[in-house]
Ligand binder design. Sequence first.
Ligand SMILES: [Zn+2]
Length: 459
Amino acid sequence: MDSTFVVNSYNDGDNIYIGVKDFTRLLNGKLLYDVDRDEYIVKKENLHMKILPESPYYLLNGKIEKIRGDFLRDIDGCLIPVTPNLNRISSIMSKRLVYNKSRNSIDVYNNLYDIMDFDVRKNNDRTVVMFTLSRPVKYKYKKSKNSIKIYFYTKLLNKRPFNKTFRKSLITKVSIYNWKYGKYVVLNVKKGVFIDDVNYSKEAGSLQFVLGGSSSKKYGPMGKGKFTIIIDPGHGGKDSGAIGPNGIMEKTITLRIAKKLQKYLSKDKNFKIYLTRHDDRFVSLKERTKFALKKKANLFVSIHCNASVNRKSKYARGFETYFLSLARTGWERAVAARENASILYESEKEKNNYNTVDYILSDMAQNQSLIESSKLAEAIQNKMAKETNLKDRGVHQAGFYVLRFNYMPAVLVETAFISNSKEEKLLNESWFEDKIAKAIGEGIIDFVKNYEFKIYGRK
Ligand SMILES: [Zn+2]
């Protein structure tokens, strides 16, 4: 997952500097100043760095080293010359520093690599090759008879995951080489292998190649297998969700839309549909996820109404769709906090089950379902824009507990703002709920036809 900090920088015409305070903050370390010796000391676990201002010298774990340029003094302490020392400082911090020319700032990435991970998976008669990226990376590829060459416009590739062996897949060998603009990966493939699909998702941070072999079926429209969909009406019972200015409750609206969506999707006999609740009752977030896993669901959609608690933003309006990951912006965090607040209604024993969430979230970043979830979110968002006249607020990512699955695409739809009296009124109209249900339903069908079946192919 990409996480960027933009730090203030100072440009003296030759070098770009950052303050020692920013440096310490990014390291998550401690800063001390030794007045007698006039030294800055940055400490973190097994890192001990002593900086001598107005000199190029520093001591790293007791060993003296020299930096290009000088440590300058300023009001706030001292400045570190970053641009001529990007690689050295990146390796000291175990983070990657990138100079951003247009903003004259230093961006700090939590990961040392652009291409963090590589994996090959078998799915029925398809082989899925997956690159996990820490930030958007330009690439191109070439297919020849016995190989696929993927050229990345970056050198920062983590070699380790490429050393695995990929038995039983369509790939016979993987190797990495340098080229003018970075690294390229050669996949040697079995005879008759073709590229069925290439998916690049900036949001999910992944690049995926779906390969078919000589004996692979080409998938057309849906087959005969059942595709299990879980519709999750948000909130219920003692947890009423958000309440609009005229007293309409989120839990009522979400249940009505869920039932309409069920009806809409039931027209397609390929779908097996379950609701996590059928009436006004409390269902814990964990029970909802457990239910989906028990049903071996292929897809999960949670339905909600948005709310803005801030008095100033009572006019906030529109629809947005979320998929699971760490929330990136303040707004995404706020929405996640509100929806996750359902946990407050759960018993103490149940609450204790949530401490593994962080782990699951970090694991998700590497996961196939993330890219699928982002595609599903996009498909629903597109249909919502077509079906309704509401404001399109886009696809977002946030850490929703209810979406924490490993192997199915899962999204959360914030249909409209119940906190906005105009949209609250709409949400209470049957014709409007029909439109929303239809939009979500069409989005799901779109996703299943265009994406899901290509990769998994139903039998
Ligand atoms: Zn909600």
